[in-house]
Write a protein of this length. Structure first.
Length: 468
């Protein structure tokens, strides 16, 4: 951080001499000089978060009854008053929506003496599971670097090679990007450089996308097992066997990992131990290819046999279902009380998420295999003829369409007004999410089945050329 006062740029406080420099500089900032004294301490919870979040601040060691200004970088966000012991707690300050990814500083300054203390606050966005969250909306609402104004300038930053093709969509968290490969391995790469941090081997090809929750990476393998790995080291924590292949991606919510299998069952495991909580066989004995979505205590999933189900997330009890839809290889997205998914019958459906009542359906040109993205009251989806559609999320009315010319099995994602999608022609595309105007494209070495992730101004995508 630099602070400018009277035309002068000041270096980061903690990098310029420790407590004495901090106290002296912040005393100068407040208009008074201070003597070195026992430094107060500052507490933050959390130590980092996304733009437009809040941070809870507390401090000890100021003078009793002091008025304390709380700054986010150079912006005075709040005023606290210390108690008789010189402490304050539970003061919330706003992280600006414009705060760019990286280290920022939260500073507490006593008005009467200029005594001050500060701590770093890491601003970042995360993409922790397939299609961003367990609701599968495919929307990063906090991205503030890439936009319709600058996305045309995207260029390759790095490439990382796996053994064979990548059909797994990446998860990005805490500076690490995780992705599975059809070489049976799960990879963890440095998100900024592409350097390999670790890799772990399963018993079969990985088509599943990872979920990263509480420092654990969960991923399914074609060997029929769900694996849990330490996110820092790649050490296996547990694995659990289903009765069939696993193509689907896990959903991890409220301490439970949900995943579907080729044995026609949906499983719920304790996310910490791998102990089975419940499993349920689909009523149509339909294979589950897709990632379940979880919202408001309900798990939603479709089947290869053309049915769609809603189950109680705690018990697995069936709540409602729809049949006769032809193959459902589209994972559901849940937003604003509505669940959206596509079918091989070329229809996009919107159902009441609680009752299962049909809200609307809209017909595309061909089968819909990708997961819909939902943002700003718009639902986005592609079809196997290569057409991209944007529908009004409330009514199903078509807003716009764009022709890419090759199959779209990748699921679209939206961030800061830009829609991104991979295509079977081997390119990834960016469109204006409001108008459908093409903004950018870039070719990879093979067709793209995986879906992208957009985090901290970086677009991550896997290709069947074996590279991330």
């Amino acid at each position: 951080m630099t602070i400018q006062k009277n035309g002068r740029n000041i270096r980061p406080l903690l990098a310029s001499g420790g407590t004495l420099a901090l106290a002296a500089f912040l005393g100068w900032l407040g208009g008074s000089s201070v003597a070195a004294a026992a430094a107060p301490t500052l507490s933050l919870s959390p130590a980092g978060n996304h733009p437009a979040s809040t941070a809870t601040v507390g401090a000890k060691g100021f003078a009793a009854g002091s008025a304390i200004d709380l700054y986010f970088d150079t912006t005075d966000e709040a005023l606290a008053v210390t108690n008789g012991k010189g402490n304050f707690s539970k003061i919330q300050i706003q992280v600006p929506a414009s705060a760019l990814p990286g280290t920022h500083w939260i500073t507490a300054v006593a008005r009467n003496t200029g005594v001050a203390v500060q701590k770093p606050f890491l601003v970042s966005t995360d993409w922790s599971q397939f299609h961003q969250t367990v609701q599968r909306q495919g929307h990063n609402p906090y991205e503030n670097v890439l936009s319709t104004d600058n996305v045309s300038g995207l260029d390759i930053d790095w490439k990382a090679k796996t053994g064979v093709g990548i059909g797994s969509s990446p998860a990005v968290l805490n500076g690490v990007v995780y992705v599975g490969s059809q070489d049976s391995k799960l990879y963890a790469f440095n998100a900024n450089t592409g350097a390999l941090r670790w890799k772990a081997t399963t018993g079969g090809p990985i088509y599943s996308s990872p979920a990263v929750v509480n420092n654990v990476v969960y991923i399914g393998s074609y060997d029929g097992k769900l694996y849990a790995y330490n996110a820092n080291t790649g050490a296996v924590l547990w694995s659990a066997a289903t009765g069939g292949h696993i193509y689907a991606s896990p959903a991890v919510a409220n301490g439970v990992a949900y995943i579907g299998s080729f044995d026609d069952k949906l499983y719920a495991y304790n996310a910490s131990t791998g102990v089975l909580k419940w499993s349920v066989t689909t009523a149509d004995n339909g294979t589950i290819y897709t990632a379940p979505a979880v919202a408001n205590g309900v798990v939603y999933v479709g089947t290869e046999s053309g049915s769609f189900y809603a189950y109680n997330a705690s018990t697995g009890a069936p709540l409602w279902s729809v049949s006769g839809l032809v193959t459902v290889n589209s994972s559901p997205s849940v937003a604003n009380g509505v669940v959206y998914f596509g079918s091989d019958n070329a229809n996009l459906y919107a159902y009441n998420a609680i009752t299962g009542g049909l809200r609307w359906s809209a017909t595309a040109g061909s089968a819909i295999g990708g997961t819909p993205a939902v943002a700003n009251n718009t639902v986005y989806v592609g079809d196997t003829e290569g057409d991209l559609y944007a529908y009004n999320a409330t009514t199903g009315a078509l807003r716009w369409t764009a022709a890419l010319g090759a199959a779209l099995n990748s699921s679209p994602v939206v961030a800061n007004g830009v829609l991104y999608i991979g295509c079977y022609d081997g390119s990834i595309y960016a469109y204006d999410a409001s108008s459908g105007a093409q903004l950018w494209s870039s070719a990879t070495g093979a067709y793209i089945y995986a879906s992208p992730a957009v985090v901290n101004g970086i677009l991550y995508e896997g290709s069947e050329d074996g590279k991330l």
